[in-house]
Design a protein around this ligand. Structure first.
Ligand SMILES: *Cc1c(COP(=O)(O)O)cnc(C)c1O
Length: 431
């Protein structure tokens, strides 16, 4: 980074400190991961200079010949990874991928049904402060007391509400989904089924969880969570089909496929120019995810999460739904008499990063919460295995048992440092 250090020492210093923070802290935020240096090199490339509105071979700008190479590689690798008919790799984020779904499936005021945010759903699935809840009529299904989605209740809800669109997908749900049952419900009421696999995409790519692509009409994802790519989103269709709204192509009068509506919804519907440097980095990440080593990685993520849930249970914590199927563990701290907010703060002082999170039937506000959400995707990238995870939970327990004790936090911080030194992450000297 020799240019940056002389041109802009302030930003360089912030990056240097962030490298140190990532290298020597325990990253347990369930939505985060660490990308490879190849992904970062593609993302830091001259593709950032390029305007490329449109799709490969059909651009509104000249000079796209190498952009087309990168985007075509990203698309064909994504299709191979998820065994699907069609993908658009241009969404800047998970939220913009989701926006494209709403734009192509609903009109303002239309009703959709999604997972209650307080039960693990995402802001873009109908939060009153998000466009999805402002412009559309958002209705919700929830989980039972056991922390799991009950398909009979989803069916009852769907039949009484008659939504045009049913969404699946969550940011704090540790169990797998029954896509076949969701599809049967959608077919029964004539709704479209959309799965947002932002969190578990990497585990789905590795074949470790149920596959939504054969069942959901539309699938969206982020690329930066368990999939371990650059920050971004995409939209996929397993089996393409004629759009049910009867929208036709302007000249031929042919009924357009759903994939065509979604392409237009991403651009020009929601976005301007695509982030070509990010698309190149997505291609690199998808190539990595197609290797057998990625399947091993994903398997370890899942094993580590199972061990994490078990370790919390054996230390007397309540784990929502009693365990996990994926990379994520939601701990209900009510029996430990500490709020999510205070737990997050105490752990941060020991350089353990988690986020406070609502638990189902939470009696506290989203700013306080009764739970913490943890994930194993990032620490597994740096080589943590089952024994390391047991040590991590032991350290968390020590902090949470004495949340205001600074000397405990200091001692745990030193142990975190040692654990991180044993599992080096980014070994480059950036000066
Ligand atoms: C993370 C997430 C998103 C949003 O992704 P961004 O890239 O942050 O916009 C959308 N849906 C779900 C379920 C998520 O977990």
């Amino acid at each position: 980074m020799s240019h940056l250090i002389s041109q802009d020492p302030e930003i360089h210093a912030a990056i240097e400190r962030e490298v140190h923070r990532q290298n020597y802290g325990l990253e347990l935020i369930a939505s985060e991961n660490f990308v490879s240096r190849s992904v970062m090199q593609a993302q830091g490339s001259v593709f950032t200079n390029k305007y490329a509105e449109g799709l490969p071979g059909r651009r509104y700008y000249g000079g796209c010949e190498f952009t087309d190479v990168a985007e075509d590689l990203a698309r064909s690798r994504a299709k191979e990874l998820f065994q699907c008919d069609w993908v658009n790799v241009q969404p800047h984020s998970g939220a913009s991928a989701n926006a494209a779904v709403y734009l192509s499936c609903l009109k303002p005021g239309d009703t959709f049904l999604g997972l209650d945010l307080a039960h693990g759903g995402h802001l873009t699935h109908g939060s009153p402060v998000n466009f999805s809840g402002i412009w559309f009529q958002a209705t919700y299904y929830g989980v039972n007391e056991d922390g799991r989605i009950d398909m009979d209740r989803v069916r009852d809800k769907a039949k009484s509400i008659n939504p045009k669109l049913i969404s699946i997908g969550a940011s704090a749900y540790s169990r797998d989904f029954d896509y076949e049952a969701f599809r049967a419900i959608a077919d029964e009421i004539g709704a479209l089924l959309w799965m947002d696999m932002a969190h578990p995409a990497g585990l789905i790519a590795a074949g470790l969880l149920n596959d939504p692509l054969p069942h959901a009409h539309i699938v969206t994802t982020t690329t930066h969570k368990t999939l371990r790519g650059p920050r971004g989103g995409m939209v996929l269709i397993g089996n393409d089909f004629e759009n049910p709204f009867g929208k036709v192509a302007p000249k031929s009068g042919r009924v357009r496929n759903m994939s065509e509506l979604l392409d237009s919804a991403v651009f020009p519907g929601m976005q301007g120019g695509p982030l070509v440097h990010v698309i190149a980095a997505k291609a690199v990440a998808f190539k990595e995810a197609l290797q057998p080593e990625f399947v091993e990685y994903a398997r370890q993520v899942q094993k580590n999460a199972a061990v994490m849930a078990q370790s919390f249970l054996s230390r007397g914590y309540d784990v929502v739904s009693g365990g996990t199927d994926n990379h994520l563990v939601l701990v209900d701290l009510r029996s430990k008499n500490i709020t999510g907010r205070d737990a997050e703060r105490a752990l941060q002082a020991a350089h353990i990063t988690v986020n406070k999170n609502m638990v189902p039937f939470d009696d506290k506000s989203p700013f306080v919460t009764s739970g913490i959400r943890l994930g194993t995707a990032a620490v597994t990238t740096r080589g943590f295995e089952e024994a390391d995870i047991e040590e991590v939970v032991m350290l968390i327990d020590r902090v949470l048992n004495a949340p205001t004790n600074e000397s405990t936090q200091h001692k745990v911080k030193n142990e975190v440092y040692a654990l991180c030194e044993n599992h080096p992450l980014y070994d480059f000297v950036i000066a």
